[in-house]
Design a protein around this ligand. Structure first.
Ligand SMILES: Cc1ncc(C[n+]2csc(CCOP(=O)(O)OP(=O)(O)O)c2C)c(N)n1
Ligand code: SF4
Ligand SMILES: [Mg+2]
Length: 298
């Protein structure tokens, strides 16, 4: 349980967000590191578990809410974002996380991403991008690279992959980052920053599938490839440079914040409350409205 809040102590520890459910992911799956990074990020933010709603779609990665003590909803394939947005709009006081796989988010659920971004609902969307459909035993996903062999592409994929980073940047997401469980501490910091960002925040996680993934996608190979955007001198306020770096998705493994809007746009909740205030200020006094319905004198 949470310890008493003290100046030097966090109100919650990572273990407070870990549920008793034992993950059934394959041993070594990257998603273990992702959930651990989420525990750490939530502890750093310090919201109690009962004030957190964690929504996912369907897939190996979408099992993740069950492994936390937040209120979880392992929903329908590709529908994490509509449900997460609905929760946030009706309960703006909650901290809302949405998560799922590359297939869940960019194949069947792809149409929802652009709308969540332009609506700018204040939530954090975490994709566990393993470039494959893990749960259904290794079919191509929208982020599988051209030439990728799989059970559905014996001669290699003939299609260009989606670039999730460019996709969300192009639609105007205010916060866009990429991390990997190969650098779990770094990933926890990125998720914390995404949660603290006021508006739609996106974190793409290169989370390898040990069962259907390729050798050069695994954690050991990733460690040798990681390039920290801060060390490269990237300014997260520079959208154009962020976009330029995002073009390297699939060839380079950049970790860090590609873009963080220094002047975040109004969130959907803010737009709704401003409109309500405006309409209320224009509203007729109650007695005038009642008078309209009063019976006319003969
Ligand atoms: C409407 C619908 N279509 C298809 C499926 C089958 N299905 C379940 S998970 C999945 C893809 C999983 O891949 P991804 O989202 O990348 O998650 P991962 O398992 O790789 O973490 C598919 C096609 C389904 N459950 N529901
Ligand atoms: S099949 Fe792949 S993604 Fe699914 S649990 Fe196993 S390693 Fe993880
Ligand atoms: Mg996947």
């Amino acid at each position: 349980m949470a310890s008493v809040n003290a100046l030097t102590e966090q109100a919650y520890q990572a273990r407070d967000y870990k549920s008793d459910l034992k993950p059934i992911w394959c041993p070594g799956c990257g998603d273990f590191g992702v959930v651990t990074a989420i525990y750490r990020a939530l502890a750093a933010v310090g919201r109690p578990p009962h004030e957190i709603a964690f929504v996912s779609g369907i897939g190996c990665s979408s099992r993740i809410p069950g492994y936390t003590t937040a209120y979880g909803f392992n929903s329908v394939h590709g529908r994490a974002l509509p449900i997460a947005q609905g929760i946030k709009v009706s309960r703006p006081d909650l901290l809302v996380l949405a998560a799922g796989g590359d297939g869940d988010g960019f194949a069947i659920g792809g149409g929802h991403v652009s709308h969540a971004i332009r609506r700018n609902v204040d939530l954090t969307y975490i994709i566990m991008d393993n470039q494959i459909y893990g749960l259904t035993k290794g079919q191509l996903s929208p982020t599988s690279h051209r030439g990728r062999k799989s059970v559905t592409s014996m001669y290699g994929s003939l299609e260009e992959p989606i670039n999730p980073l460019m996709y969300v940047l192009a639609y105007g997401a205010g916060f866009v980052a990429q991390g990997t469980p190969a650098d779990m501490s770094g990933l926890a910091v990125l998720i914390e920053e995404a949660i603290r960002f006021p508006g739609f925040a996106f974190v793409n996680v290169q989370s390898p599938c040990v069962t259907y993934g390729e050798p050069d996608e695994q954690l050991k190979a990733q460690k040798a490839k990681i390039e920290d955007l801060r060390a490269l001198g990237h300014d997260p306020a520079d959208w154009l440079h962020g976009m330029d770096l995002a073009r390297e998705y699939g060839t380079k493994l950049y970790t860090g914040v590609f873009y963080k809007n220094p002047t975040p746009a109004p969130t959907f909740a803010h737009a709704v409350s401003s409109l309500q205030e405006q309409l209320q200020s224009q509203a007729l006094p109650k007695k005038d409205i009642l008078n309209m319905f009063a019976p006319r004198q003969a």
